[in-house]
Design a protein around this ligand. Structure first.
Ligand SMILES: Nc1ncnc2c1ncn2[C@@H]1O[C@H](COP(=O)(O)OP(=O)(O)OP(=O)(O)O)[C@@H](O)[C@H]1O
Ligand SMILES: [Mg+2]
Length: 272
């Protein structure tokens, strides 16, 4: 039997640890001869900001792809609130309340900002294709409710004024916020952010840090990013990957000084 751990949140609260919201256990992913993940285990607690860091090619995006069902693990399991998930298809995981942003943007070019964000709200669609086609009142109500969800998500990250714009016409940092709004429109309980600060300047990054902390009041956030100052300042705990393996895990201060982590990053510097 393992004793319950305690988790100290950044606001100083100390609480007994309960069953994690989400856990990946012993996940292995192979792409042909390459082992991208090798027995990786991560657990994410409700309302924590959990950083996944590691050098390029360490397996961070692959881990996200497993967590949202884009990549099927060769071995290992996922669980939600302590129950093993039997079905890892993307729509099942979305329905549970897992949403993600993509490394880069992944916005649809032919759609407006509002339409892009609406795609994220789709898990709440109730009326089927036929009632939408016949424009039944139920379908109209459903559409309105989805549009309101999308509006709330856009307002939350400050892009509502761009609702009718094409993403391509907007500066990159604004497009990054649109991508975040799309994930938020799903009202996730677990939000996976793959390099949300890539391409952002100092001010946008500070704002992002504030947004992430605010979001953690109502959801768990897993964050992959290469900006150590951002990661260290917003994360409650970190998991460090290198060559597809977990080389360190724990609170940021402890992980930062871990010799294995220092070595992994020094190796990366030397490769440049
Ligand atoms: N679909 C794929 N087919 C083959 N190899 C892949 C595939 N996806 C990822 N890989 C390989 O798996 C390893 C892990 O890649 P991954 O993208 O998960 O790393 P990462 O930690 O996200 O890196 P980065 O910091 O550069 O985004 C890399 O060696 C990569 O080349
Ligand atoms: Mg990546």
């Amino acid at each position: 039997m393992t004793l319950p751990e305690t988790s100290v949140h950044q606001n100083g609260r100390t609480e007994p640890e309960k069953t994690p919201l989400f856990a990946a256990d012993g996940v292995t992913v192979r792409f042909g001869g390459l082992t991208a993940l090798d027995g990786v285990s991560v657990d994410v607690r409700s309302h924590e900001v959990h950083g996944v860091i590691g050098p390029n090619g360490a397996g961070k995006t692959t881990l996200f792809n497993v967590c949202c069902g884009f990549v099927r693990p060769d071995q290992g399991t996922l669980s939600w609130r302590g129950t093993r998930l039997p079905d890892l298809r993307p729509h099942r995981l979305t329905r549970l309340g897992i949403a993600r942003t993509l490394q880069g943007l992944g916005l649809f070019r032919g759609l407006t900002v509002a339409e892009n964000v609406l795609v994220g709200a789709d898990r709440f669609r109730r009326s089927g294709f036929v009632s939408a086609l016949l424009a039944l009142p139920r379908a109209a109500r459903d559409e309105r409710a989805l549009a309101e969800r999308a509006e709330r998500a856009m307002a939350e990250v400050g892009v509502l004024e761009h609702a009718h714009a094409s993403p391509a016409s907007l500066p990159y940092p604004v497009r990054k916020r649109v991508a975040l709004a799309r994930a938020l429109a799903a009202e996730p309980e677990l939000l996976l952010l793959d390099e949300p600060a890539a391409g952002l300047g100092h001010d946008d990054m500070e704002e992002l840090a504030g947004t992430v902390r605010r979001l953690a009041e109502r959801m768990a956030v897993v964050l992959v990013d290469h900006h150590m100052d951002l990661v260290m300042s917003v994360c409650d705990r970190l998991t460090v990957l290198d060559f597809g393996r977990v080389i360190a895990a724990g609170e940021p201060e402890r992980v930062r000084d871990d010799p294995a982590v220092v070595d992994a990053y020094l190796g990366e510097e030397a490769d440049r």
